[in-house]
Design a protein. Structure first.
Length: 226
């Protein structure tokens, strides 16, 4: 069996506006100025505490817990109010259904989101039950630590060279490589193609309809097996 693992934010869903809103809430709670958009979004993919710690630096490290809780409370409130409807990127749903329909492929998720955030996304987009393994910040260290990919492989029995991580950040690529897995970057997320290649991506794609070919090249599938 092959295992294809997807990141969420910046890979499957366009969540930049809701992430920025949550960051703004966190910075406001700490009485700190919000960084610029590019800097703020550069940390997407990290677990929340790691993200805030990187943004505030060592001088305000003591405020990270407060900021993270303010972010989470805002998310809970907005979801309860029916907000935060992050859209899927074009072609994402079709790619998930297409790959999931193969008899030799298992699908997984590895994300810096909390499990409740993943569950919200899957329910919102009617994708519940599509992913056999889901790894989140609740049970693993922040990317680029390889634990999420290692856990996913352990749960499914997949071998590293039959496992592909799909993600939009250098953190995803580094995580996959550290676990011995293959890495495919997507250029529509939060890190540039150059950063993805520099972090060890075996391939970088510009749209979802290129994903089958990229995975095939990584795994050595022939055209007949696609």
């Amino acid at each position: 069996m092959y295992l294809v693992i997807f990141d969420c934010d910046g890979t499957l869903i366009d969540s930049q506006e809701t992430i920025l809103h949550g960051l703004e809430v966190g910075f406001a709670a700490a009485g700190l100025p919000m960084p610029g958009r590019k800097e703020a979004l550069s940390i997407v993919g990290l677990s929340l505490e790691q993200a805030f710690a990187r943004l505030v630096g060592p001088d305000h490290r003591g405020k990270v817990g407060m900021m993270s809780e303010a972010y989470r409370a805002s998310k809970r409130s907005r979801r309860a109010a029916g907000l935060d409807h992050d859209p899927l990127y074009p072609g994402a749903r079709e790619a998930i259904l297409r790959l999931g329909a193969r008899g030799d492929v298992l699908l997984g998720i590895a994300t810096g989101k909390a499990r409740r955030g993943v569950d919200h996304m899957l329910k919102l987009h009617d994708l519940e039950g599509r992913f056999i393994t889901i790894q989140t910040a609740d049970t693993s260290p922040s990317k680029p630590h390889p634990d999420m990919v290692l856990r996913a492989m352990g749960e499914t029995g997949a071998e590293p060279l039959r496992t592909v991580m799909i993600g939009d950040t250098s953190f995803d690529m580094e995580m996959a490589r550290a676990a011995g897995a293959l890495a495919v970057g997507v250029s529509w997320g939060y890190h540039t193609a150059d950063l993805l290649h520099g972090a060890g991506a075996h391939a970088v794609i510009d749209q979802f309809d290129e994903i089958d070919g990229a995975i095939a090249r990584c795994l050595g599938w022939t055209l007949e097996t696609l």
